[in-house]
Design a protein around this ligand. Structure first.
Ligand code: G
Ligand code: MN
Length: 251
C-alpha cells in the first residue's frame, strides 16, 4: 500500500486472506480479505490498535478505500478465485459508495465478478431502501453481495427474501453450536431456506471434520475456517494454491 499512512506509522495496514473451499473440501473457490496490522519489526497482529488510533472520519475513510483498492488489486493475482471484502457501515452508507466502488474496479482492472462485498445486517437496516438500491447497482455490474455474520443480531429471515443478495454467511457462533440438536436444526433450516431462495451459503469458523460433515450434509455450498486454513499473507495464498488441493474429507 503506497499512499501516506493515515494511521500510526508504527503499524501499517495489510491484508491477509482466508480460503473458502467447497463443502467437500475438494476445491479452493475464494478468499476473504481480513485486515491485519504489520508492526515496524515486520510482525503481524490484529488491527484493533491500529483502528483505535484513527482520529477522524476522513482518516477512517481513507483507510477503508485503501484497503478496498488493495483487495481489488490483489484479486488480479487469482483470476479463478472470488475475493470477499468486509465493508463497514460507514463506508457503505456513503451516498456514492456504489459508484465509487464500480469506478475503483474499472480503474484497478479486476473482473467485477471476482469481487464480493460482505455486509452486516446492521449496515443494511439503517436505511433499507437506499441499501437495496446500492446493492442492486453493484450486482447489475457483476459484483456479488454477501450477508455476513448471519446468526448474530436479529438475523431476520425476511431480509433473505427482500434483499438483493447472492450469499449468506453463517456466523461461526452458529457453526460452533452444531453439536447441539436445536442449533443444528436452525443451521439446517436456514441453509435450506437460503438455498430455496437461490442464495449460496458459506459457513464460517469451521474447525472440525464433524462440523464439516454436518454442514456439507445440511447443504452449505462453501466452508471457511481453521480446519482448512487461517488467513494468510498474499505470498502464502500462492503456496496454498500450489499445495495439496483437492483435499477431500477423509472416509
Ligand atoms: O466478522 P468476520 O466473521 O468476518 O470475522 C472473521 C474472523 O474470524 C477473522 O478475524 C478470522 O481470523 C476469524 N476466524 C476465521 N476462521 C476461524 C475459525 O475457524 N475459528 C475461529 N474461532 N475464528 C476464525
Ligand atoms: Mn466477513
Amino acid at each position: 500500500m503506497s499512499d501516506a499512512a493515515a494511521t500510526d506509522p508504527a503499524e501499517q495496514p495489510m491484508l491477509f486472506y482466508q480460503p473458502q473451499v467447497t463443502a467437500d473440501g475438494g476445491r479452493f473457490v475464494g478468499l476473504e480479505a481480513l485486515l491485519r496490522a504489520r508492526r515496524a519489526d515486520g510482525s503481524v497482529t490484529g488491527p484493533q490498535d491500529m483502528l483505535a488510533a484513527i482520529a477522524t472520519p476522513e482518516e477512517a475513510d481513507a483507510l477503508d478505500w485503501r484497503i478496498l483498492r488493495q483487495a481489488c488489486s490483489d484479486a488480479r493475482r487469482w483470476p479463478d478465485l472470488s475475493v470477499a471484502i468486509n465493508i463497514s457501515a460507514r463506508q457503505f452508507q456513503h451516498p456514492d459508495f456504489s459508484a465509487r466502488m464500480i469506478a475503483l474496479i474499472a480503474e484497478v482492472g479486476v473482473a467485477p465478478t471476482q469481487i464480493e462485498l460482505e455486509l452486516l445486517e446492521g449496515t443494511i437496516i439503517e436505511d433499507f431502501g437506499r441499501a437495496s438500491a446500492a446493492m442492486e447497482a453493484l450486482r447489475a455490474h457483476g459484483v456479488r453481495i454477501a450477508l455476513d455474520d448471519f446468526g448474530t443480531g436479529y438475523s431476520s429471515l425476511s431480509y433473505l427474501q427482500k434483499l438483493p443478495l447472492d450469499k449468506l454467511k453463517l456466523d461461526k457462533s452458529m457453526v460452533e453450536g452444531v453439536g447441539n440438536l436445536k442449533a443444528a436444526a436452525i443451521v439446517q433450516a436456514v441453509t435450506a431456506l437460503s438455498r430455496a431462495l437461490g442464495l449460496k451459503v458459506v459457513a464460517e469458523g469451521v474447525e472440525t471434520r464433524e462440523q464439516q460433515r454436518f454442514l456439507r450434509i445440511s447443504g452449505c455450498h462453501y466452508l471457511q475456517g481453521y480446519l482448512f486454513s487461517p488467513a494468510v499473507s498474499v505470498e502464502a495464498v500462492g503456496e496454498l494454491l500450489r499445495q495439496r488441493w483437492p483435499r477431500p474429507e477423509p472416509g
